[in-house]
Design a protein around this ligand. Structure first.
Ligand SMILES: [Zn+2]
Ligand SMILES: [Zn+2]
Length: 123
């Protein structure tokens, strides 16, 4: 099975980002159970990819293209509606943390160093 061109990979047992069920399937690093991959997979992966692009623009700071920033923000707002705000927010918090671990760049301010995670995000 493929989702938005990402083939399904088998990974160590993880948790579906939508419902928390155990799953071994990841699509572009997003763990999804089969039911949620079918129901929400395209939207969730598009949201993941767009957030990733947005954080890279934040990280680029002044050298980022302003029109690309605006377009990416619009796209994010649209995808957040598609995914549903509650799920989108929960996904964003987890992915922001993973992004900062992967890149050592804070996704909020784009600076090198720790993620300035807002206290309200912590579960
Ligand atoms: Zn699921
Ligand atoms: Zn920061």
């Amino acid at each position: 099975m493929e989702l938005v061109g990402r083939s399904r990979r088998t990974s160590p047992l993880g948790r579906c980002v939508v419902c928390g069920a155990s799953t071994c399937a990841t699509y572009a690093d997003v763990a999804l159970c089969l039911a949620d991959a079918t129901a929400h997979g395209e939207r969730v992966i598009a949201y993941h990819d767009t957030l990733d692009r947005f954080w890279r623009l934040v990280g680029a700071g002044a050298s980022a293209d302003p029109s690309e920033c605006r377009a990416t923000e619009r796209e994010l707002a649209r995808l957040m509606d598609d995914v549903g705000e509650r799920l989108a927010t929960r996904l964003r918090h987890g992915w922001a943390r993973a992004y900062s671990e992967r890149t050592a760049i804070c996704p909020l301010c784009g600076e090198r160093g720790p993620y300035h995670e807002p206290a309200v995000n912590r579960e």
